[in-house]
Design a protein around this ligand. Structure first.
Ligand SMILES: *[C@@H]1O[C@H](CO)[C@@H](O)[C@H](O)[C@H]1NC(C)=O
Ligand SMILES: *[C@@H]1O[C@H](CO)[C@@H](O)[C@H](O)[C@H]1NC(C)=O
Ligand SMILES: *[C@@H]1O[C@H](CO)[C@@H](O)[C@H](O)[C@H]1NC(C)=O
Ligand SMILES: *[C@@H]1O[C@H](CO)[C@@H](O)[C@H](O)[C@H]1NC(C)=O
Ligand SMILES: *[C@@H]1O[C@H](CO)[C@@H](O)[C@H](O)[C@H]1NC(C)=O
Ligand SMILES: *[C@@H]1O[C@H](CO)[C@@H](O)[C@H](O)[C@H]1NC(C)=O
Length: 420
């Protein structure tokens, strides 16, 4: 039955979105001064969030002496890549290290999931050597095993194991890869390449791109709707919005601060966007289910789809839907996230390096056509009427309010279930 299906979805979403974290790497290392530098960088690069949001992992920790090979010598984005290579997506305690079949194995690391690792550079080679020694090195052919296991730090079977190794694992090119400063990154060009031409063109024509570029150095996370999203049913006619509304809408698609995928997954508080001008205004709430993260506006919601750029402190994601802030498009902003069956948890991880999971369709020729520039809005047209007036039905509202329809349908479904 349809209703039961929705109820099940609703309950599943509720259950999953309140999942508590199994471990806290910052806490595990906090009592151990030998790892204070390593711990500090896990926090700065937000790798701690990524580690805490996963199970069955092994963290290869560097003590302060070993960490001095990296700390302060490279840009944060490079250090992040190097440390991602020390987070193995499998559980190895000291016993298992010595029971590797055939004495040698290649194991996936977090670096492999970032999309920054070409070929098999995101894998590490773990080899049980003569005399009980265990060596670690890059999986790239010809690499030496230049780190070795020194001691166990902590195990919570089979959730997380922390093992100390003697030195960083250096994959070829990982320290010399270009690390562009965020102010030099051409956000427009990246967005166009990622299938977000409409969004990029709106940023340019409205001038909001300057706000984005200016914020990038201090930390910025962008949620860019793909071109399909702008053509979806329920998206308001942008040519009917005022310039100020367009600016707010675009500012709503970015948040100050660097929030990579793992941080979104562990995010509990609402996200303040660049459009926020007061408590609770223009916020986004976040729910996570498995490897899927969904943003909720109170009017609609969207899955976080792909990573376009992860270069500390600038993060760019694509999203499947245009995020419609309740302050512009909702009659009464709802504090509870809207249930939207369309964005049900998807098994595809958003951090996969491959171009596109199911959500992003091949761009149609129409996708390339730029939207009507906001300046075309006629002066004194109905669209200049104040937004958020108490009485805004679809007929007299400043903006055609078609978007809340789905929310209303979902809410009605839930209500009718609860009442039956
Ligand atoms: C491991 O993680 C699971 C799932 O988060 C949790 O239920 C379990 O209690 C954890 N095990 C330990 C020993 O903490
Ligand atoms: C993890 O532990 C640190 C230090 O004890 C604490 O400040 C932080 O809030 C914890 N994080 C979570 C998500 O509980
Ligand atoms: C171990 O090595 C043998 C011979 O090279 C191979 O056939 C086998 O698949 C290996 N086992 C594993 C688990 O890698
Ligand atoms: C790991 O590295 C060693 C030394 O370079 C090499 O002999 C071994 O074949 C590698 N293991 C795997 C599984 O590739
Ligand atoms: C950024 O890229 C866009 C589109 O590719 C181009 O039009 C623009 O001139 C570039 N901006 C800078 C500052 O290079
Ligand atoms: C809102 O508009 C509707 C239809 O135009 C009207 O019937 C109603 O009285 C209005 N309510 C208020 C509070 O102005």
């Amino acid at each position: 039955m349809g209703a039961l299906h929705y109820l099940f979805l609703f309950l599943t979403l509720s259950a999953l979105s309140t999942t508590t974290l199994a471990h806290n790497i910052t806490d595990i290392l906090s009592g151990l001064p030998d790892y204070s530098e390593f711990n500090k960088y896990l926090t700065q690069t937000k790798l701690a969030d990524e580690i805490n949001s996963r199970e069955t992992i092994t963290v290869l920790a560097l003590n302060n002496a070993a960490m001095s090979a990296l700390a302060g010598k490279h840009p944060l984005s490079v250090i992040k890549n190097a440390l991602s290579l020390l987070v193995v997506l499998d559980y190895y305690d000291p016993t298992k290290l010595h029971q590797i079949s055939n004495g040698s194995t290649l194991s996936t690391t977090l670096y492999q999931t970032t999309g920054n690792a070409p070929g098999n550079l995101g894998f590490v080679n773990i080899t049980d050597l003569q005399g009980g020694k265990v060596g670690f090195g890059s999986a790239a052919p010809g690499s030496k095993l230049d780190a070795s296991y020194t001691k166990s730090v902590k195990q919570i079977p089979y959730n997380i194991s922390v093992l100390e190794i003697s030195a960083p694992i250096i994959a070829p090119g990982i320290l010399t890869a270009p690390a562009p400063t965020p102010s030099d990154v051409n956000i427009t060009a990246l967005l166009e390449k990622a299938g977000c031409k409409t969004f990029a063109s709106l940023l340019q024509s409205s001038g909001v791109i300057k706000t984005y570029q200016a914020a990038a150095d201090k930390g910025l996370t962008i949620f860019a709707p793909n071109d399909e999203a702008f053509k979806a049913k329920g998206v308001p006619d942008l040519s009917k919005l005022t310039n100020a509304e367009i600016v707010s809408l675009l500012q709503y698609h970015a948040a100050a601060g660097y929030s990579p995928f793992g941080s979104l997954k562990t995010q509990k508080d609402p996200i303040t966007t660049l459009a926020s001008n007061g408590a609770g205004k223009f916020d986004l709430t976040v729910t996570a289910a498995g490897d899927s993260v969904t943003l909720h506006t109170g009017v609609d919601s969207s899955r976080v789809a792909d990573t376009v750029l992860d270069s500390t402190p600038l993060m760019i994601f694509t999203v499947d839907n245009v995020l419609l802030p309740a302050e512009l498009f909702g009659k009464s902003p709802s504090p509870a996230p809207a249930l939207e069956p369309v964005s049900a948890p998807s098994p595809s991880p958003a951090t996969t390096p491959s171009p596109a999971p199911a959500s992003v369709e091949a761009p149609s020729p129409l996708a390339a056509s730029p939207p009507a520039p906001p300046s075309e809005t006629p002066q004194g047209a109905p669209s200049d009427a104040p937004v958020g007036s108490e009485n805004s039905t679809a007929d007299n509202a400043a903006i055609p309010v078609t978007a809340p329809a789905l929310f209303t349908v979902s809410a009605t479904v839930i209500c009718s279930i609860l009442m039956s």
